[in-house]
Design a protein around this ligand. Structure first.
Ligand SMILES: Nc1ncnc2c1ncn2[C@@H]1O[C@H](COP(=O)(O)OP(=O)(O)O)[C@@H](O)[C@H]1O
Ligand SMILES: [Mg+2]
Length: 279
């Protein structure tokens, strides 16, 4: 609709009015984009909070399991050792030779239960540790024959690529358990002929251990559950291997990160350098 103006004043008022409308429109656009970015950061904040709440709940569960483990582990283990001893003794009796298979099975089952308890005990928080300054490469070299044997028995390969790294303060037994668990998971994730690669290297001030497999990766849903006690996708899994790794890493203020995709999964364990080594 065309406007008619009787006086110049009218025209000026009209122009001012138009100007104001344009300015208001501009402000509206600005406000919209501000609301949009606020919404985005709020969403991020909420996600972050949910993630942290999840992590706290996870730590809480680990703690309870740790306490349970400390209390029960030893009490169950002692009678089991006695039973195992008697089974072994009976196994060697000639008049019981027909039951040889049963004895073997009973001993195997006891050993499996014992393994679960060992994993449980490693979750105990107040477990005494023997911390020494160690070269991680030496520890891995000692462990390597065992890993090769494990890999070989499943028609798979395992290689170790040691890098030039600083020594770190660790309990060798605990870190051995951690490496064994990550390596076994990696081996179990692969088809025959797959190759597991263990590497060590420096990354700024951290000593990094990486365990890389050629499995088919971990889907997003399961990725969130990694480290939850008893989470397993394996028929005979315990779901205690990774919780144990996380608990051990935590003790050394080390971080475990996972990189996964259709070509495989890599677990990175980043150990901080000893405080007195940092110049
Ligand atoms: N390298 C890996 N590749 C694919 N899945 C993995 C890998 N490591 C761990 N997982 C997943 O995490 C689960 C929990 O591992 P873990 O705590 O060691 O228990 P378990 O090996 O007894 O199942 C496994 O069942 C598997 O689904
Ligand atoms: Mg495992």
């Amino acid at each position: 609709m065309a406007a008619t103006f009787r006086t110049i004043k009218d025209w000026e008022v009209f122009v001012d009015f138009k100007k104001e409308i344009i300015q208001l429109r501009e402000e509206r656009v600005n406000l919209q984009s501000e609301v949009f970015s606020l919404k985005k950061s709020l969403k991020k904040e909420i996600e972050n909070r949910e993630y942290l709440e999840g992590e706290i709940a996870k730590l809480g569960r680990l703690n309870i399991i740790g306490q349970l483990a400390a209390g029960l582990g030893h009490e169950i283990r002692n009678p089991m050792t006695t039973i195992r001893g008697f089974l072994q003794m009976l196994q060697s009796k000639t008049d019981l030779l027909v039951f040889q298979n049963y004895f073997e099975l009973m001993i195997e089952e006891l050993d499996r239960a014992n393994l679960i308890i060992t994993n449980f005990l490693s979750l105990a928080k107040n477990k005494p540790t023997e911390i020494k300054r160690v070269n991680l490469n030496k520890l891995l070299e000692n462990l390597f024959p065992l890993l090769i044997a494990d890999a070989y028995s499943q028609d798979k390969k395992c290689i170790f690529q040691p890098g030039k790294i600083k020594e770190i303060d660790i309990d060798s037994n605990e870190i051995t358990q951690l490496v064994l668990n990550l390596a076994r998971n990696g081996l179990e994730a692969m088809q025959p002929n797959g190759c597991l690669t263990i590497e060590t290297f420096m990354e700024e001030d951290s000593v990094v251990l990486s365990v890389k497999d050629e499995g088919k990766g971990i889907d997003e849903e399961n990725l969130k559950k990694l480290g939850d006690p008893f989470f397993t996708t394996k028929e005979n899994g315990t779901g205690l291997g990774l919780p144990m790794c996380f608990t051990i890493a935590n003790r050394y203020h080390a971080h475990i990160d996972v990189d996964t995709g259709p070509d495989g999964t890599t677990f990175f364990v980043r150990f901080p350098r000893p405080c007195d080594e940092i110049e």
